[in-house]
Design a protein around this ligand. Sequence first.
Ligand code: 2GN
Length: 498
Amino acid sequence: MKLDLYEIAEVLSAKNDVTQFENVALRNAEFDSRLIESGDLFVPLKGARDGHDFIATAFAQGAAATLSERPVAEGAYILVDDVLTAFQRLAQYYLEKMQVDVLAVTGSNGKTTTKDMLAQLLATTYKTYKTQGNYNNEIGLPYTVLHMPEDTEKLVLEMGQDHLGDIHLLSELAKPKTGIVTLVGEAHLEFFGSRAEIAQGKMQIADGLRKDGLLIVPADKIVNEFLPADCKLVRFGPDADIFLMRLEERKDSLSFDCNFLEQRIDLPVTGKYNATNAMIAAYAALQEGVERKDSLSFECNFLEQRIDLPVTGKYNATNAMIAAYAALQEGVSEEAIAQAFSELELTRNRTEWKKAGNGADILSDVYNANPTAMRLILETFSTIPANPGGRKLAVLADMKELGADAKSMHGSMITSLNPEIVTDLFLYGQDMEALYDYAKEIYPPGKVQYFIKNDEKDQFEQLKQAVREKLTPADQILLKGSNSMNLAKLVEDLEDGN
Ligand code: 2GN
C-alpha cells in the first residue's frame, strides 16, 4: 500500500491533529487484528464485536496507526466519524492515485467464474489483481483495493449485492472502466422481490462507470429500462452483439463414483454398460497416468480462433466469451486469450451450495471463520426459505485464534440463533462448549448436540453419525467453522452419502 499517515489523514479530513505523530508509511490495512503485522494500519470495523475493542491488541501486534471514532492512548490514530465510510473513501482515493483500470463484474450466477477468467486473460499482458474469496461487499471491496500490489495495472473487482443499493456504492467507489453484468436470474442467497428489482440492482454497476466506459449486459429486455445513456453498450446472447456458435458441450448425462477415484465421473453417454466400460477405461488410464479433463470449446463472432477451456457448462462458455470480449477491448491479443483459456484455473467458491447423498441441501462455508462471518452466515441461512417439509440444521465448529475471549465470542453466537428457525444444532470443538451452554437452555431436549475435539479426543465420527441420523432429504444444513476443524471432510462424506 503506497500511503503514509499524513496523506491518509488529509484524504479522510481527520478530526485530530496528526502532526503530533511521526509521519510513517503504512504497509497494509487490516480489520482483523489477528492479521496485523508490523507497520500496518488497523481499521476497527464493527462486526460481531466492535473493532475498537481490539485497538490495543493491534498495536501490540505492531500496527503503526489506526483509524478510530474516539481518541486512542496506545499509538498514532486518525480520528473519523465513521470507520467504514473512511475505509471506503480511502480505497476510492487510492484507486484514483494509482491510476488503475477497474473492470467490475456482478451477476447472480457466474460472477466469480467470469472474474477469474477475465483476470487470467488480462494477466497474460498486464499486472493484474482480482477480488480474493468472497471479498466482494462494502468491506471486502475496499479491502481488495487497498491490498492490490503497487504495480497493478488492471484490477478485476467482483461486486456482490445483498441489498438494493449495494452495487451503487461499490460502483461509485471503484469507477469502473468496464462493467459486466453476467446473469439476472434468481440466486439462492438473494431476497429481492422480482427479477426486475434484481436487474435494477445489478445495473447500478453503471452508476460509477467512467464516461467512455464499456458496459456488457445480457440481451434481456428486463435490463433495458436501467440502461445508462452515455456508455458503450454490448449485449450478449443469441443474435445479440456477442454470441456463441457451435458450442460443443461434453454434456453430463451419466455420472458415477468408484472405489479407486476421488472424483465423481461424469460421462456423455447413458446406460449401465457404458458406465462399467468407462470405469474399466478410467482404471486403465489411471495406470497410464492419464487424468480425465472436463472441457468445452466454442467459436464466437468476434474471434478468429476457436477457444478451448478446461471447464464445462454453457454458462461458463458465455462467461468466457464475455471475458474474452472485455480483454480484447483492453488490448490483449487473441493468441494470448486462447492460450490463457487453455490453462484456466478457477477458484473454488468458499461458500457453496452442495447436495447431500440423500438429496438434502448443504450450505458449506468451511475454510475460515471469525465471529462476524459466522454471524452473517447464520443470519443469511435463517432468512432463506425452507424446502417444503424440510427443516434447517446447523453444524457449527470452533473459530480458531480468537485469543483470551474465544469462549465468550463463541457463546455470543446464541443471539443469531432462533430455535424455531434453525431447529437442530450440532456443536463441535472446545470453544463451542460455550455456545452449547447457552443453546441447551433455549433449545428443546435432543435438539442440540455437542461433540468434543481436543488433543486427546475427537468425536468426528459421532458428529457425522448424529448428522446422518437427523438429516432428511428435504432439509437444509449449514456447516461453518475454521479450516482446521475439518468440516470439509464432513461435507464430502455427506455428499458421498457415507
Ligand atoms: O464476513 S467477513 O469475514 N467479510 C470480510 C469482507 O468481505 C466479505 C466477508 C467480515 C469479517 C466482515 Cl464483513 C466484517 C468484519 Cl469486522 C469481519 C471481521 O474480521 N470480524 C472479526 C471479529 C469480530 N467481530 S475478526 C476478529 C478477530 N478478533 C476477534 C474478533 C474479530 C481476534 C481477537 C480475539 C481476541 C483478542 C484480540 C483479537 C483479544 N485481545 N483478547 N484479549 N485482548
